[in-house]
Design a protein around this ligand. Structure first.
Ligand SMILES: [Zn+2]
Ligand SMILES: [Zn+2]
Length: 255
């Protein structure tokens, strides 16, 4: 029996009833083509150079601390690097919003394509793509994990494996308006490696030998990716870094 989640079913019905439109600006696009118009794609905001080699965000080179910056200094050591395709500003923000809150799951394929060259910066060879998990209650509410869809799209694009290695134990508050300290506390200890992937569980996966690239839709302070990397590190996994479609600019530019 094929099970179709109501959100996906609704999105499919709307797709059939309405002409396809660009997820960012609303202009009509070709049926079956990209879910974003060409004009919006060319306006997707790249992260300006020069960038911090660890967090990938814009900052001037600092001879005293060449391998990190004030933004990524508090991150746990297990989070070695992050890379994001675009700034979390329009029109990239609209794509994230559409994928996450409007049920436009077809966006994931194109967003994954756009993330692929960025993910390769973290791991030149094959890596195991691990999505940031949603809390079970949020997964039931949304019907899908947007990070999981992006990880699957990336896996298809790069030919890398993708596994839901991490699980999220507790709900946590919504982080949309939380500050740095709040976010770090909110996710501390929220993630763990699923029992079937733990060494000694009898089912340790051969893919666990690969470096791991964590996948998320947006990186804001790095607290979530950091908590995921810490959980993976504690279970003996080697984390190459985290990749996201979008990156929220730090509140103080250049820090
Ligand atoms: Zn558009
Ligand atoms: Zn940095």
């Amino acid at each position: 029996m094929i099970r179709v989640h109501p959100v996906r079913l609704a999105a499919t019905v709307f797709d059939l009833l309405l002409p396809p439109v660009c997820a960012a600006c609303g202009v009509t696009v070709e049926a079956g083509g990209a879910p974003v118009c060409g004009a919006c794609e060319t306006r997707l905001p790249l992260i300006p150079l020069p960038r911090c080699p660890r967090c990938g965000f814009t900052r001037l080179p600092d001879l005293a601390s060449p391998d990190r910056c004030g933004e990524c200094e508090p991150w746990p050591e297990q989070l070695r690097r992050t890379e994001s395709a675009f700034l979390h500003e329009p029109p990239a923000e609209s794509l994230v919003h559409g994928l996450k809150y409007r049920g436009w799951t077809t966006l994931a394929a194109r967003m994954g394509e756009l993330m692929a060259p960025v993910a390769r910066r973290l791991a030149p060879g094959p890596a195991l793509l691990v999505p940031v998990p949603l809390a079970p209650a949020r997964l039931r509410e949304r019907g899908y994990n947007q990070a999981g869809l992006l990880a699957e799209a990336l896996a298809g694009e790069l030919g890398w494996p993708c596994l839901a290695v991490l699980i999220r134990g507790r709900q946590g508050r919504r982080q949309v308006r939380s500050g740095r300290a709040d976010r770090a506390l909110n996710v501390q200890g929220a993630f763990r490696v699923a029992p079937s992937f733990l060494a000694g569980a009898g089912t340790t996966h051969e893919l666990a030998e690969l470096p791991i690239v964590i996948v998320d839709d947006v990186i804001t302070t790095g607290a979530t990716a950091g908590a995921c990397a810490a959980a993976l590190g504690a279970a003996g996994f080697r984390c190459a870094g985290a990749v996201s479609f979008a990156r929220t600019p730090p509140r103080v530019p250049g820090v």
